[in-house]
Design a protein around this ligand. Sequence first.
Ligand code: NAP
Length: 505
Amino acid sequence: MPFTPHGKHLIAGEWTAGDDTFESSPAHGPAHRFAFGTPDLVNRAVQAAEAAFEAYSRRPRQERAAFLEAIADEIEARGADITEIGTQETGLPAARLEGERGRTSGQLRLFAAHIRKGDYLDRRHDEALPDRQPAPRPELVMVQRPIGPVAVFGASNFPLAFSTAGGDTAAALAAGCPVVVKGHEAHPGTGEIAAEAIRAAIEKCDMPAGVFSLIQGGDRSVGQALVQHPLIKAVGFTGSLAGGRALFDLCAARPEPIPFFGELGSVNPMFVLPHALEARGEEIGRGWAASLTMGAGQFCTNPGIAIVMDGKAADRFVDAAADGLKQVDAQVMLTDGIAKAFNAGRDQVAQSAAARPVMVAGAEGRKASPALFETTAAEFLENPQLHHEVFGPLGLLVRAGSAEEIEAIARALEGQLTVTLHLGEGDVAAAQALRPVLERKAGRLLVNGFPTGVEVVDSMVHGGPYPASTNFGATSVGTLSIRRFLRPVCYQNMPAALLPEDALG
Ligand code: NAP
């Protein structure tokens, strides 16, 4: 039987219809109707989250870990339905949805193991020094505590791993924080199944119902009401620079400002240093084409810019990249809006006097074809609009005339999620000069690889200086992302009977 969504919001364990509905806009297959979000529904969900907070955050870590594992099991049990509706809604291939489902359940299990271990609590203890002169020192205990109800915005480009039951939700629930998700209109049916998996796990693990709610779609007033609600204490967001910045500003302007963890745009520059270019330029060019077009280029880690030393090896590199891109047919984009934004961004680059087309092909409707442009270092440095992300399969080659120009480009970069260095044996000294510049620009520096493909592990940093993210001290992938939803509390002279269980070890 094909899966048919009922189209309701999930508010504190109850599937709730609204007065208005919207129709989904799948890449293929039938459209369905979904309840439209409102600020009033947001308020009900947030009130329920606050009501659940104390009970949920007090549940022992073992129980919260079992809850996260139960969500992972429930997602896996719904795998076929998720793949069916997820592929229809997003146009992504089944293999991608299946891989993303594994990542989603995997990160829930990773957080379960992480909180069982307890290192994230960062417990610190300074013993009392009653005989210290001139004044005694009290006993001090520090431990990380959950921050309160968290708002999460589902991302269009990861219908599972960065959406309803994705990384932000997993990190917040692991920390002990209830979650209210504003679902993305691009995949409401996929969101409904993920929410049902969480609802089933809440019941199975006897967690408070308000620990999770999903508000489907709605207009801008829904997201605005969510981040401005006085009971929301932090926000996790993945999306556009414009949207993220607008919501960040609302969070900062609240009577009580709250942290907004936005993961926004990035062009993920790739420096191909001279010896690597000479020895492996064609291979790197082909790899660049594959990385640029993976998932129709709709990855926040898409390497949109390559910087090379001009010359014959650069010509071979660009020819290999263009050949690779020509092999890729037009691909379906996640939404009509994203396809339109890609075409507009590509046309803007094409109209710039500073960029010359290497290959550009048109595509109909919701599809995008790869595009490759080139410019010089001097033109790149003079035209900041060329530094901005065009979300989709677009590459810009920058030809530099000297090592000084390469360094000037590194220094001119905005904040990035990633920067890549391709090195040959003779490039180490040049790379040593660039590394201190580049590590101030990005959350992750890679050597001889491609940035698409983000490992979900303890050491991952998926964040970076603005505009890559709104909080460069944080990551939105990996276990360190739990830190976003915790705050340190120091207990002075507190008897053990009053300390939270987590402070005791
Ligand atoms: P988006 O437009 O930023 O939207 C993300 C979410 O935020 C949606 O739920 C949206 O609600 C909400 N939102 C955006 N602006 C808002 C505002 N001013 N007030 C209240 N809510 C607001 O991102 P998207 O829909 O995922 O994709 C659009 C563009 O974002 C892409 O073309 C791409 O450039 C970029 N993007 C970047 C990344 C990345 O990782 N770097 C990932 C995905 C997308 P509505 O749907 O109601 O507007």
